[in-house]
Design a protein around this ligand. Sequence first.
Ligand code: IP8
Length: 257
Amino acid sequence: MGGTVVIKWGGGLITHKDKLCTVNQGVIESLAEVCKNSNKNLVIVHGAGSFGHMKAKKYRLADGRIEGIEQDEAVQDVRNDMLELNQIVVTALQAKGLDVKSFPPHKWAKGTGPNFSGNLPIHDGVTVVYGDVVDDYVKDFGILSGDDLMLRYATELSGVERAIFAIGEVDGILRVPPSKAGPDDLIEVWHPEMEFEGEHAVDIDVTGGIGLKAARGAMIASKGVDVILVNGEIPQRVSDAIEGFPVIGTRIVLGNC
Ligand code: IP8
């Protein structure tokens, strides 16, 4: 019944990735409705999509401080844009009557990658965090992906039942890039020894796309927490994944089983 579920709302799912700072309001509202109908303790980690990756790419924020590039304004802008996206997410959840608290990572996390530092904030109701531009000990600043937040929340909170990556446009991890995939190309159970030809929009994304989700998913599974990737555009699937019912998607497991 009321265990904890950590769920990522992918940036490519909740925003229009190729148009600066545009949200997919319908998807956000349907995800909020799914959350309202669950009695799980939810930790929601949302991605950045067009509110983060485009400007971060242009000003090379993932590389940290670079001589000769004026980056300070971009750091501030991306933090503000992410606050704006976060506010849209929080408002949608509150509109469903949920008790929500959001913790902007640039205020409590330092460093990037899976070993970032900072105590994971948690709220009794719905906790919301997101991929952000954070301070960094070595590089001055950098991009902390929501996928790394997923890893840490899913493996360090007690009583986590499962971790879910709700993604856009695809049903899970596909054997071939989405543009070439047919209905049989969904990998229903994936483990790290299995190859897949992920399509990563390196021209847009400053973090790791589907490959990073798979890698962090495997790290989460290695701690004994169930991991599933589902198509976040189909609310019933997100709901079934949260409740632990069988659902179309990709389960990440540890070995060859
Ligand atoms: O979309 C990236 O987070 P992600 C955060 O969860 C920024 O990888 C600001 C680009």
